[in-house]
Design a protein around this ligand. Structure first.
Ligand SMILES: Nc1nc2c(ncn2[C@@H]2O[C@H](COP(=O)(O)OP(=O)(O)OP(=O)(O)O)[C@@H](O)[C@H]2O)c(=O)[nH]1
Ligand SMILES: [Mg+2]
Length: 475
C-alpha cells in the first residue's frame, strides 16, 4: 500500500551497508547490519542444502528448463509469471487463464475495498483528533459532508470481510494454504489496526475455484458471473460507485493523504483511478487489470509451460518450469534466476522489519545470490522493476540521495538514477561472482505487457539456445 517519505541518514545507504560496516556505527546500525548478515548466512546455507539434495538425485529423460523468479515481497514475481502464462501457455491454458477472470474480478474488488479502507481510516483518525478538546484542531479538518460520506461507505467493510473469508478457509488443514500477511507498503508508524494485513494464498489452494463457485458454475469468463446474485460484491460496489468517486476526488481526502505521505497511487493493487470501470455492473477484469491485481503468494508455486523455440535446424520444444519463490529461498538445478528488485522501494522499509530499507534488503539478497559458489554457472538476470513508480517518485521530488548517500550530487532524474543503480548492482555482481560471467540487466515495468513480453521473449530464446549448447556439449 502507500509509501511514507522519510529522510534517512548517510549510514543507511544500502550500498555502504553492504560493502563496509562503518567504524563508528551506533548500536542500532550495528543491530541492523547484524540482522542483514544473519539473514544472508541463513539464505546461503539453505541454498547449499537444496543444491546438495538435488545433486544427490539421479534424473532421467530430458531435463526441463528451470527458471526461478526471486525477489522480496511485492517485487513483481507473480506478475512476471502471469506475463509468461499469457505469452506461452498452451491455447487451452490461456483460455483457462482468461476464464479465471471471474476470480480475478473478486481480487480487484478486494484491492479496491482495501484502498478505500485506508482512506476511511485516515478520516477516522482526523475525526478522533477533532473530537479531542485537549489537542489542537487538525488542519485540514473533516467536515460533516465527508463524515456522512464515510458512513455511507461503511457497508464496504463488510464486503471486504466476505471476500477475505472466501479466500481464507477456516480449518486446520487449510491453514497453510492461505492466510493474512502484513501489508508491506503501509508506513510502519501509520499502520492502522484494521488494514495492516493482506490476504496471501499459495498454489495448493484452489482459491480461483472458490470465487468461480461463488459467482457461478460456468467457467467461461463473462458467463461465469451470476449477474443476478444480490450478494455479489459487485452489486454493493456498483450501488456505492458515486460515493466512492466522490471520496477519491474529495479535496480534503487528497490533502490528508499528501499530508500523511500516503501515496496510494503507487501502492500494489491500486484501482481508484478507474472506479468507473471496476464498479460498472458487468465489470470483468482485462488482462491488464489481472496484471495489476495484487494477491500475495505464500511459499513456492511451480508453473509448467511447454515452450518452443525456432532455429536454423528446426524447432525444439521443451518443458519449462517456472518457480515463483516469494521470500523463502528455493533452489533446484535452476538454469536461470530472474531476480526482481523493485527500485521504486528505495524510500520504503520492510513490513516485517521496519528498520531495514527495502532497497538495502534487495541489495543484500542480490549479493547473497550472486556470491553463492553453487550458483556460479547459473544464468542470473536482474530486473530493476517498478520503473514507472520510480519515475513518478523522482518527479514528485523524492530524492534518491536521501536514501542512497553515495548517489551524491547527480541529477535526481530517472535516467541518471536508473543507470546508477544498474552500475551498483553490476558492480556487486562482478565483485561477488565466484567466476566471471555476463551481467544481464533490464529496466522493467512488469505490469506493462508489451515491454515485458519483449524482454521475456528474448530471455526465452537465450535460455533455449544455451540449453541446446549445453546439451550438445554433453552429447
Ligand atoms: N506500477 C507497477 N506495479 C507493479 C509492477 N510490478 C508489479 N507491480 C504490482 O505490484 C504488486 C506486487 O506484485 P506481485 O507480482 O504480486 O509481487 P510478488 O513479488 O509476487 O510479491 P509476493 O507474492 O508478496 O512475494 C501487484 O499489484 C503488481 O500488479 C511495476 O513494474 N509497476
Ligand atoms: Mg507473488
Amino acid at each position: 500500500m502507500p509509501t511514507k517519505v522519510r529522510r534517512r541518514s548517510f549510514d543507511d545507504d544500502p550500498f555502504t551497508i553492504m560493502l563496509a560496516p562503518p567504524e563508528d556505527e551506533t548500536p542500532e546500525q550495528c543491530e541492523v547490519r547484524l540482522l542483514l548478515e544473519k539473514e544472508a548466512k541463513e539464505i546461503s546455507a539453505s541454498i547449499d542444502e537444496q543444491l546438495g539434495k538435488e545433486r544427490a538425485q539421479q534424473r532421467k529423460g530430458p531435463k526441463p528448463v528451470k527458471v526461478l523468479l526471486l525477489g522480496q515481497s511485492e517485487s513483481g514475481k507473480s506478475t512476471t509469471l502471469k506475463n509468461f502464462q499469457l505469452m506461452y501457455d498452451s491455447k487451452a491454458r490461456i483460455v483457462a487463464f482468461r476464464a479465471e477472470r471471474a476470480s480475478w474480478r473478486a481480487i480487484v474488488q478486494l484491492n479496491v475495498v482495501r484502498s478505500i479502507h485506508v482512506v476511511l481510516d485516515v478520516i477516522t483518525r482526523v475525526e478522533v483528533r477533532q473530537a479531542d478538546e485537549h489537542s489542537p484542531p487538525p488542519s485540514p479538518c473533516v467536515d460533516a459532508d465527508l463524515s456522512t460520506l464515510k458512513l455511507r461507505l461503511s457497508p464496504l467493510i463488510q464486503v471486504e470481510e466476505v471476500l477475505m473469508q472466501r479466500l481464507i478457509p477456516s480449518g486446520p488443514d487449510k491453514s497453510d494454504a492461505a492466510r493474512l500477511a502484513q501489508l508491506t507498503q503501509i508506513p510502519y508508524e501509520l499502520r492502522p489496526r484494521g488494514v495492516t494485513r493482506e490476504v496471501a494464498v499459495n498454489s495448493a489452494m484452489q482459491w480461483k475455484d472458490v470465487f468461480t463457485r461463488l459467482v457461478g458454475s460456468d467457467r467461461d469468463s463473462e458467463n461465469a458471473v451470476n449477474w443476478d446474485d444480490p450478494h455479489d460484491p459487485g452489486v454493493v460496489l456498483h450501488a456505492l460507485a458515486d460515493d466512492l468517486k466522490a471520496l477519491w476526488s474529495n479535496q480534503t481526502v487528497q490533502a490528508l493523504l499528501v499530508q500523511q505521505n500516503l501515496r496510494l497511487q503507487e501502492a500494489a493493487g491500486f484501482f481508484l483511478d478507474c472506479l468507473d470501470e471496476v464498479t460498472s455492473p458487468k465489470y470483468i477484469p482485462s488482462d491488464d487489470h489481472i496484471l495489476r491485481a495484487r494477491l500475495k503468494t505464500l511459499g513456492v508455486s511451480e508453473h509448467r509451460i511447454q515452450m518452443t523455440s525456432g532455429g536454423m535446424t528446426g524447432s525444439i520444444s521443451r518443458d519449462w518450469r517456472i518457480y515463483d519463490a516469494a521470500w523463502a529461498p528455493y533452489f533446484d538445478d535452476m538454469h536461470s534466476i530472474i531476480f526482481l528488485c523493485p527500485i521504486s522501494a528505495f524510500d520504503q522499509v520492510l513490513a516485517e522489519e521496519p528498520r531495514v530499507n527495502r532497497l538495502a534488503d534487495s541489495v543484500n539478497l542480490w549479493t547473497t545470490i550472486v556470491s553463492n559458489k553453487l550458483l556460479a554457472s547459473t544464468n542470473i538476470i536482474l530486473f530493476l522493476n517498478k520503473t514507472d513508480i520510480m519515475k513518478s517518485k523522482l518527479e514528485s521530488g523524492i530524492k534518491l540521495v536521501d536514501y542512497v548517500n553515495s548517489y551524491g550530487t547527480r541529477p535526481n532524474d530517472f535516467e541518471n538514477a536508473s543507470s546508477y543503480l544498474r552500475k551498483k548492482f553490476g558492480g556487486l555482481f562482478r565483485e561477488h561472482s565466484p567466476s566471471p560471467r555476463v551481467f544481464y540487466c533490464h529496466l522493467t515495468t512488469v505490469t506493462d505487457r508489451k515491454s515485458t513480453q519483449l524482454i521475456l521473449a528474448n530471455i526465452k530464446d537465450q535460455l533455449m539456445h544455451q540449453y541446446l549448447e549445453d546439451a550438445s556439449l554433453l552429447a
